[in-house]
Design a protein around this ligand. Structure first.
Ligand SMILES: [Zn+2]
Length: 152
């Protein structure tokens, strides 16, 4: 992780809010995904305000605790602990709080300044090539070492 100013993150305030997330589209049963796809409509007819499951409704971009991991850069994977147990997403470190495809997640208090320079990168922490790092924790024993997954 490298900040843009001297290799350290920029100071910023933490203003957490609780949101509801839904699993990555790749985790949905085929019949459910087919219904969502039909609900979204024809890709060629979508305008910039169209609401899409993957970018607007399923997984919040940005730094977060809990929720679901995005598998936008790789195939989804079952992240297992060294003991073989399944893991849960503990925290996500993200390069951006939102992008052009995920503007529906912009917090209400940030909307007036959402288009200002660097408004979506308040920490100036960059993971890889503007990706994210997911930290998973063992379901069986939280003292086991965390497992990491990077999505660039
Ligand atoms: Zn474990």
């Amino acid at each position: 992780m490298v900040g843009s100013e001297g290799y350290v993150p920029s100071p910023c305030t933490l203003d957490p809010e609780q949101v509801a997330e839904h699993p990555d589209a790749s985790l949905l049963p085929d019949d459910l995904w087919e219904r969502i796809d039909a609900w979204e409509g024809d890709e060629d007819d979508l305008d910039e305000d169209a609401v899409l499951y993957q970018s607007d409704l399923s997984i919040a971009p940005g730094w977060k605790a809990g929720g679901f991991a995005s598998w936008h850069a790789t195939d989804r994977a079952d992240v297992l602990c060294v003991c073989g147990a399944r893991t849960d997403l503990l925290v996500t470190v993200a390069s951006k709080e939102w992008d052009g495809a995920s503007r529906s997640w912009i917090p209400l208090e940030d909307r007036p300044t959402a288009d200002d320079m660097d408004a979506n990168i308040p920490t100036h922490v960059t993971v890889g090539r503007w990706g994210s790092m997911n930290v998973f924790l063992c379901r069986a024993d939280h003292t086991h070492p965390p497992q990491l997954s990077f999505q660039d």
